[in-house]
Ligand binder design. Structure first.
Ligand code: G16
Length: 547
């Protein structure tokens, strides 16, 4: 085995050398930077995946994607055996291996193997998937070469969405209990549950089974086509931005959420539900244009409240004693948090950005709904809760209504990709709830009113100087910045703002909300300017709109 390690490290230096001394860190969702800087990182992540597989004695996933970032970026997300993001303690190992010089790589790996007491004689299995970026095939080859060099077995799924790869990993590691680890198995599971929940009626009340789908010119479009083939009699999905333009360019979930406007490439159809997914189809947002041509966004907060309230309704109707909770981040609109706590009366928690944080918090509930405002989220159902639901669904002693609600809940759980946020599964869940309630999209929007908000990016010399606490709501470095933000926020009615370094782009993100859009815009700009001034901004300070 020692020989395999020696030759794998020799290949690293010869074929996948670390060209420059640029340091790279495991961020919000893995490594992410210019694709041209990633070859050695991806090869080394192939090696790391083999080590992780040996430790966990399970299949590990490696997804090559930079998700919402521009086409020229790329990245890698590592998937743990139960579909979670890579365990946090291993993020440090990943960074250490990625940043090791070619000469020190063998020593770094030896040290890790020794410290973690890894039995190198164990088998290793790695699933690999990639998005549609032109840089992705070569990076996937680098991963495959590394896994093979260390004696691991690879299954290459080619172009898939990130949540599909998470699903395959879980199916494999639970011996098919969660479904079949194939694209067909994935589409079969989602479409079967969806059709069962919808029954024969495709329309209901104000609900019309018609939707426009923005695929962000990425993998979401082609996978939606495959899903559409299974459900076409139940839902009419018109697909746009399916690869004819640049990935994520003026389209996709991130563009729509941040710019608060409809994407290019999707014809306006008044009052028709539209969705945008991101570059690897793990996020989704809804929106529509009303008769007055006004754009309305229904983001992750809206999806969370819709799903949580429906799960709650079914839990109550089936008389099950299950605790349900909702997890958000600081980006959640203040109105959504109020609505969840005061109207829905559901416990709500706030954690730092990154699905890895939300997922773990959601697992503390029997049914944990988690969503970032950017549309990234899912529902986690504890094993014990699933068993209780299954038991109630087949309990002849229960009243018919109770039993039928439990049956519906059971099928709804089947429609969820519990492993991670999944744009396709989330879309079918939303469609199911709207259909069940006979709602059009305006009914959904009417549940509460969002506070106007604005997001901005500030480029500074080193974004690591910004440090935060309290689920990123308070800034503790550089000194004085939080006090300045507090002073600015005080000037705005219901004002709220925070800043944090992005973990996927080289920028500092600014979020602000207030009672009017012009106030939210101005608050964001004032805070962005404070960041620029105190934290080493590059270029001109952001302009602050006049009062
Ligand atoms: C990733 C993470 C998300 C996070 C987003 C932005 O999404 O999975 O949890 O919200 O990055 O993170 P940041 O603000 O740190 O740049 P994706 O869809 O790009 O993989």
């Amino acid at each position: 085995m020692g020989e395999k390690l020696i030759s794998a490290v020799a290949i690293a230096a010869k074929t996948h050398p670390r060209k420059e001394n640029k340091s790279i860190q495991y961020g919000t969702a893995g490594f992410r930077t210019k694709a041209s800087d990633l070859d050695h990182v991806l090869y080394r992540m192939g090696l790391l995946a083999v080590l992780r597989s040996k430790v966990k004695e399970a299949t590990i996933g490696v997804m090559i994607t930079a998700s919402h970032n521009p086409e020229e970026d790329n990245g890698v997300k590592l998937i743990d055996p139960l579909g979670e993001m890579l365990e946090q303690s291993w993020e440090a190992h990943a960074s250490q291996i990625a940043n090791s010089s070619d000469e020190n790589l063998k020593g770094t790996l030896d040290e890790l193997i020794k410290t973690l007491n890894i039995d190198m004689a164990k088998d290793a299995y790695v699933f690999v998937g990639r998005d549609t970026r032109s840089s992705s095939p070569a990076l996937a080859d680098a991963v495959i070469e590394a896994v093979t060099a260390l004696g691991g077995l690879v299954q290459d799924f080619g172009i898939v969405t990130t949540p599909m790869l998470h699903y395959f990993v879980v199916c494999k590691n639970t011996n098919g209990e969660y479904g079949k680890p194939t694209p067909e198995g994935y589409f079969f599971k989602l479409s079967t549950a969806f059709k069962k929940l919808r029954g024969k009626n495709t329309s209901n009340g104000k609900y019309i089974p018609d939707i426009s789908f923005d695929g962000a010119n990425g993998v979401g479009a082609s996978k939606m086509k495959e899903l559409q083939a299974c459900i076409s009699e139940y839902l009419n999905v018109k697909i746009f931005n399916s690869g004819e333009g640049r990935l994520n360019h003026q389209c996709g979930a991130d563009f729509v959420k941040v710019q608060q406007k409809a994407p290019k490439g999707v014809p306006t159809r008044e009052n028709v539900r539209s969705v945008s997914v991101d570059g690897d189809a793990d996020r989704i947002v809804y929106y529509y244009i009303d008769k007055e041509q006004v754009f309305h966004l229904l983001d992750g907060d809206r999806i969370a409240t819709l799903l949580a309230s429906y799960f709650m309704e079914l839990v109550k109707a089936s008389c099950l004693k299950l605790n349900l909770g909702l997890v958000q981040t600081a980006y959640a609109n203040g109105s959504s948090t109020n609505y969840i706590a005061k109207t829905l009366k559901i416990p709500v928690a706030c954690v730092p950005t990154g699905v890895k944080h939300l997922h773990h918090k959601a697992q503390e509930f029997d049914i944990g709904v988690y969503f970032e405002a950017n549309g990234h989220g899912t529902v986690c159902v504890a094993k014990s809760a699933s068993e209780m639901i299954a038991q109630a669904a087949s309990d002849e002693k229960l009243e018919v209504n109770q039993r039928e609600s439990a049956q519906r809940l059971q099928t709804l759980v089947d429609l969820v990709n519990q492993t991670v946020g999944d744009a396709l599964s989330d879309m079918l869940l939303v469609e199911t709830v709207l259909h069940a309630r006979g709602w059009d999209i305006a009914d959904w929007l009417a549940t509460y009113s969002d506070l106007p908000n604005r997001q901005m990016k500030v480029t500074i010399q080193d974004r690591r100087v910004i440090q935060t606490t309290d689920a990123e709501r308070q800034c503790i470095s550089p000194p004085g910045l939080q006090e300045t933000i507090n002073e600015i926020v005080k000037m705005y009615e219901q004002g709220r703002a925070f800043v944090r370094p992005s973990g996927t782009e080289d920028v500092v993100r600014v979020y602000a909300e207030a009672t009017t859009q012009s106030n939210a815009d101005r608050l964001a700009a004032e805070v962005a300017r404070a960041v620029h001034e105190t934290a080493g901004g590059i270029g001109n300070p952001p302009p602050v709109p006049a009062l």
